[in-house]
Design a protein around this ligand. Sequence first.
Ligand code: B16
Ligand code: MG
Length: 212
Amino acid sequence: MISAVIFDLDGVIVSTDNYHYQAWKKIADEENIYFDEEVNNRLRGVSRSDSLEIILERSERKYTEFEKTRLTEAKNTYYIKLLESLTAEAILPNVKEVLIKLKTNKIKIAIGSSSKNAKLILKQIGLIDLFDAISDGNDIKRSKPHPEVFLIAAKRLGIEPTKCAVIEDASAGIEAAKKARMYAIGIGAAKNSKLCDLSVDNIAEIIEIVKK
Ligand code: B16
Ligand code: MG
């Protein structure tokens, strides 16, 4: 039986994945590095520094640690600028209704996000007070596909990992959920991930699944 649902943030709750794309695209263009949606999909759920390493695979030269730090800082500055215009309108369809329904059914809800900007985003879209626990990029040493972010969320909820479901748009996140021994639900870009226990087209489908 599922007692808690842990939600990924970017790409599941809110459409900030587009902002990550725009910010990284700007960096890649400035550095003359090829970057497209396919490369971008590999950045879903992985930390800022690991994302840069993936982008630099297409670069013709090596970057020093100092340069890498400058690039991740520049990306975050662009990203935060884009977040200024973020409002509740960016909450993805049916999300708010699903969160409320889960709470009504006494299912705990948490955030398990690799982002260090997670709380800022949740405040801006007005959902921060709805969650029973938040585990984000500031809490972890290793980002998805490592299970740490989800294990911390489960611990903060006081629920056994095997009684938690995770909903994710990233293959790295689905892998992390399975490593944490949780039930892994894929949506969006993670729908075709081989490790998914289940894939959904619409987040509203999870209500019936967790009630079982
Ligand atoms: P930040 P999630 C992840 O959020 C994003 O999917 C990923 O693209 C990003 O690199 C990562 O957060 C770190 O974000 O630069 O804001 O710390 O999908 O785990 O909610
Ligand atoms: Mg995501």
